[in-house]
Every structure is written in structure tokens, then in C-alpha cells.
Design a protein around this ligand. Sequence first.
Ligand code: ADP
Length: 726
Amino acid sequence: MSFELTGEIFSILMNIAGLMLCLFRYFEHARKAYVYAIAFLIGNLLSNYYWGVYMLVMHDYPNVSSMFAYFGWNLAYVVLVFMELCIRKEHGIRLFSPIALIPVPVNIAQLILYLQFGGIFNNIWQVFWTTAAACLALDTIIYYLRDRDEKKIFPYTSVVIFAYITIEYTAWTSSCFDWPSEFRDPYNYLSILDSLCFILIPLALTKLYGRDSNASGNYPNEHLMSLFKPLYSSIVAVCCFGGYFLAIWMRNTLGNGTGGTGDGDPYKIIAVMLFVVSVTLISFTMIIVLVVGSMQKTYEGEELKKAKFSAEKSNAIKSEFLANMSHEIRTPINAVLGMNEMILRESLEARDNPPESSDLIKKKFSELCFYSGNIDSAGKNLLSIINDILDLSRIEAGKLEIVNASYQLSSVLNDVSNMIIFKAKDKGLEFEVEVDENLPETLCGDEVRVRQVITNLLNNAVKYTEKGKVVLAVSEERSRSETDPDLTSLVISVKDTGIGIKEEDKARLFKKFERFDTERNSSIEGTGLGLSITASLVKMMGGTISVESQYGLGSVFTAVIPQEIVSDKPLGDFRKRFEQSLNSMKTKKEPFRANDALILVVDDTQINLLVVKGLLKNIGIKIDTARSGTEAIRLATLNHYDIIFIDQRMPGMDGTTTMNHIKTDAGGVNADTPFICITADAISGARERYIAEGFDDYLSKPIESARLEKTLETYLPKDKIDYAGD
Ligand code: ADP
């Protein structure tokens, strides 16, 4: 086989490979530039296949009109210009640099040289379109090279187009001269190089568009897309091999089987047959391109509709959320400001006109207590709304993490029972707790979130029950799997004899902002977020939540949450322990005094310092305060403190850094002092984290007076604490 023929066959193979690659990429990523690339490659294939196969079968050039022979190439060059224009649009290029006109004189000079061969129309047509494509591609490259910045994408496709045309021209020019042998003829080498561009075009376009962005794998009819690939490959194989074998068969039956100059009828028939085969291939390709394109358009239209719908929906939800929150937040703020106004007004009145009798003084103080009691409950309500909003936004942003750490189940149950029993009693409800004695005492899970789930369910039970009782029952689902024997499921159920939930409302119960029976519940405060957050938390912990309810009779909410068992030691009789702790609270001893103790409180917010001072007023402890880490370090070099409380988040130096400086730099005066971190970070494992950082303990904000006193009692030197009864 001659070198030239080998080059032709190589060119056909590269052409087919490039075409298939382009088409497959188009299936994944239906961009216009791929359609141009497909049209360019198919135009080339039309002439390449026809010439190459004819030469392979007949060992000669086909003797047909030049219009007929060059048809494919002529089409391809036009497409090349449109393809480059499309690429320029992608790169956002509008202006044209005159330097990019360099190919014009060069190509005209070559045209003059080449005009002696081939038809005048073909040559002028080809030079016009290829020069236009070369100038545009060169301009795209110049645009990239000039004022380069990181946002500009390298114009791979334009480089390939420019290289293709330059090589093509050099090859044509070289073919105007005589060469001693075909192995010395640069044309053959250049045309191999040129063929490589066929495969480089889809690769360059992939670089521009990326592989799996946009529609990849998202087509509405993915199966149909995956069917297209083998279908198209089969069509290409059938056409290419079919045409070749058909030509051989025709040569053997119609001609004398030896090949020839192609003057006779059989040779013309073979030439026409090859042309028809090429056109069939083109038609199939274009049909597939059209089908995929229209599918993509419909798909994009639907996607656009969906995106519009979801944008409208999320807008409506946002407005509803803002309206809801504005109302929910304003209600407690209104109570806080209103009640505070009453306290101010009546205190000033009492200051200017002091009540005369002790009964009147008592009455005045009980009124003031009533107002501040209302402020307390409104403030707590506000805090719980804000916590709910924060939790909801964290859940929706996927930022809420479940942090597992080991914890004592009895301590969680004790805290939630302690909290709810007083609320229940205030409403005249009974509260019962039934805890399985065999439950493991130490578990590993997100203690804060387990506590939150139980608290939410208990709060609702009390909120939506007028008379009767609320029961908290905790047991274990003994489905410890063989693969993980340390895994168990806590079954937490909260039963009430309240208003119940209608059957038709149950489906929407765990959705956010859903509240039912609003007329009946108009006096009950709520945002409709609690159950939605509870359900999300349970789900995030790998559990399930369900409800059984009879309207008017009561409800049972059951959450099943998987937890790891840390120690198999059973929890024992929780109810007995809880009753004992309640009794010990009733006989609570008088608060202690610590007149000789000195503590340092560090916080950048003045009001927080005032709160701590106020809360500790009745303990008689001496308190130094500092508004920054630097001030704290200065004070710590001068005095020895019995405890140092430090706010974690402060501008400049944070809590941990301040503590480290005091421990190491402040002359060692406070090297052994207990450090307590004050933080708003109340996630599971926070204590362990702060202890690992060097703190002895932590207090979460807002500071509760009971916890603050407990911390003092734990960390103050025992000889500085005076119990009133001592
Ligand atoms: P909120 O209590 O703030 O309104 P939730 O998400 O906690 O929000 O509850 C949503 C709704 O479900 C409530 O408004 C109430 O109508 C209903 N609901 C929740 N718990 C109970 C219960 N134990 N008994 C009756 N209805 C309940």
C-alpha cells in the first residue's frame, strides 16, 4: 500500500474517531459548538471517505467533477468559520485586532501558486473561508495573550483550528513542487499531522466546556442517550465497512476486477455509491444531532420552569417565615419592654412617694416581682425562639452536626424531668416518669440533641394539655445487632391527655411552621418549628419519630434513637432517684457566702459583667472585672484569684489565649487558679473540648444563677465557703 494511501486511511480513521467523540460529548453536553464540530468533521469525512475508499479499491484517483469531489471539504471550511465565531462568543470577544489579518497575504500568495492545480472556483472558495477562519482563530489567540488574567480560558479550540489551517496550507504549497519520492514528500507527513487535528477538536471543546457539568447524566431520557452511543457506532461501522466491501464487490462484478482509470461506467457507479454511503452517514448523524438538540431544549425548558417554580415557592416560604418570626419575636419583646416600663415607673413612684405601711410595701414588691417574673418568662421564650431559628437555619444549610460523646442517661432524664415537673404543676397537671431499670447507664450519642428532642416533646405535651397528666416513658428496643452488639435504640415516648391531633393534620405535623387548631390554641404561644426541628434531629441521629393521637383524648409521641452503649451497667430505679432528688430540693439549704474569696470575670460586654456581679450579690464574693484579655493579664499579675471566668469570644485576644498568657506569663501568681470558660457554644462534647484546651469547666450563656453558684461551690477553696447554717 502506498504511503499516500496509508495517510488517507489514517485520515479517515481519525476523522471517524473525532466525529464519534464529538457526538458522544454532545450527548452529554449539548452545546452549539459541538454541532459545528460535528458538521465540520462530517463534511471532511464525506470527501475523505469517498476519495480514500475509492483509491483503496480502485488504486487510482476517482475521475469525477471537482465540485462533486470537493463538496465535503468545501462545506467543512464554511462550518469552520461558524465554529470559530461560536467559540469567540464563548470567550466573550467582540473586537478584532488588525494583526490577526496576517494570514490574508500569506494565503493569497499560496493561492496564486496553487491556482494552476484544481478548479478556480474550489480554490477561491476554500481560500476565502479558510483565511476567514484562520484570521478569527488568530484573533482569539491574540485576545488571550494580550492582558492575560486568571479569568481568561486558554483558547484550545482556536489553536487547533489555526494549526489545522496552517498545516493544510503548507501541505497544499508543498504539493505544488515535485519531490523525488513519496517518502520525501512533505505533503504526506503534513496530512498525517492534519488528521490529528480531527481528534484534537473534540478534546479542545471538552477543555472549554468541561466533562460533566450541565446536562451530563441529567437528561430526562438518560437510557435513550446511552442507547445512542452503540446505535451510532453500529451505523458508522455498517456505512464504512459496507461501502468498502460493496465497492470491492462492484469492482469485481461490474469491472474487470483489476481497477483502472475510472473512465468506464462501473467506476462512475462505484464513485456515486461511495458518495451515497457518505451522504447516508451524514444524514443519520444530523438526525441524531437534531433529536438530541430538541430533547435538550425541552429538558432545559422544563428545568427553567422548575427553577422558576421553586424560586417562587422559596420566596413565598421566606416571606411567610419573616412574617411569622416578626410576630413571634415581637410578642416576648413587647412583654419585656412593657413589664420593664411598669417596673421603672412604679419603682420611681415608690422612691418619690414611699408606701407608708409595711403591707403597702409588701404589695408594691409583689407587684414588681410579678412584672419581673413575666420578663423572665418572656426572655426565656425569646431565647427558645431564637434557638429554634438558629437550629432550623443550621439544619437547612446542612451545617448542624451530630456530635457524639459519652453521657449519663440518668442525668439527661433528671434534668428534663426537673424542668417539666414545675411547668406541669403550674398548670395543675400530673407528671409521671417510667424508665426501664435495665437501660444502660452510660451511652454514647449527642446528649444535647437527645435532651432537646425530649424537652420539645415534653413542652408540647404540657402546652397542649389542659387537664390530666403527662407521662415520659423511656425504654430500650432490644434489637442489638450481632455485627454491632454495642448499638441499641432508646425508645422515648411522651404521652399526654391533651387536646389531641385530628387525623387529617397528622401528615403535616412534622412540617415547619405548621400549627393546628389555631382558634382553640390562640392563647398558646408557638412558632410551629418545634416538631419540625425535633423530627430533623431524630432523623439526623438515625432514628424515627411517630405519633398516635385521638382528637380530644390525647397524644403519644414516640422517638426511637439509636445510641452506642458505653457501659452495660443498668440505670436502676430512676423514679426513686428522681423523687429523692425532688425531696432534697425541697429541703434545699440556704445559699452560701464567700466573703473572703476573690474572683476575676473577663468579658468585653459591660452588661454581661453587670449580670454576673448582680447574680452573685447575695454571696458577698469580691469580684474584679476586665473588659479585654490584656486587662485581664495585667490584673492577674497583681492579684491571686480563687477563680477566673473568661468569655471565649472577645475581640483581639480570645479566651483561650488570655488563659494561656495568664498561666504562663503573669508571674505565676495564678498558675493554679481554676479557669472557667464562658461560652454560647452548647454543643455535645463542648466540656471535653474546653477541658482539652486547658479550662477546668465551662458555663454556657445566658448564665443561669443556679449553675453559676454551683460552679463557685465546686471550684472555690472549701475554707472560703460559709454556709449560713454553719
Ligand atoms: P408549636 O408548638 O410552636 O406551635 P410545634 O412544631 O411544636 O410548634 O407543633 C406544631 C403543632 O402541632 C402545634 O401548633 C400543635 O397544633 C400540634 N401539637 C404538637 N404537639 C401536640 C400535642 N402534644 N398535642 C396536641 N397537639 C400538638
